[in-house]
Design a binder for this molecule. Structure first.
Ligand SMILES: [Fe+2]
Length: 151
């Protein structure tokens, strides 16, 4: 819940990446991922950039951080609708339309990343976060990414 509130207000006050930050992203991501990153809303680009700034310098961690919410770009929901969809999802009641798509952003993002040839850690973190460490993923890497996302 704290994460949801934090993300809600973070979304509202997010400022677009500066040209310098965009250059850092472009020079870090493999070229096939550029389009997916910049297809995100500017607020999501900011969140991803901030998460990446907390994981150190290892390229696989930085790429996973930059791309972890890329599936949200498919629905283009605003802050209020995102929060409402998430809260609705907690009820377990049926959900349709863009809210349904939004609640599946993890698997949608993972599929987009896999198609673009993203590293395994990026695909897996996009699909399975937040959640326990999947088989085959280093636990320290996983929890570092998770903590950076929740910060
Ligand atoms: Fe996130």
């Amino acid at each position: 819940m704290r994460h949801l509130v934090h993300r809600f207000f973070g979304f509202l006050i997010a400022r677009p990446l500066t040209p310098r930050e965009q250059m850092a992203v472009t020079s870090t991501l493999p070229a096939p991922l550029h389009g997916l990153f910049y297809a995100q809303a500017s607020e999501d680009q900011r969140h991803a950039f901030d998460v990446a700034s907390r994981v150190g310098d290892r390229p696989d961690l930085v790429i996973a951080a930059l791309m972890h919410d890329v599936g949200k770009s498919v629905t283009r929901l605003g802050a209020v609708s995102r929060s409402a969809a998430t809260a609705w999802g907690w009820t377990g009641l049926p959900v349709w339309g863009r809210w349904r798509t939004y609640l599946r952003h993890g698997s949608i993002g993972a599929a987009l990343l896999a198609d673009a040839g993203a590293p395994t850690l990026a695909v897996t973190f996009a699909e399975r976060h937040p959640g326990p460490v999947p088989t085959g993923i280093d636990a320290d890497d996983w929890w570092l990414l998770a903590a950076a996302d929740e910060a």
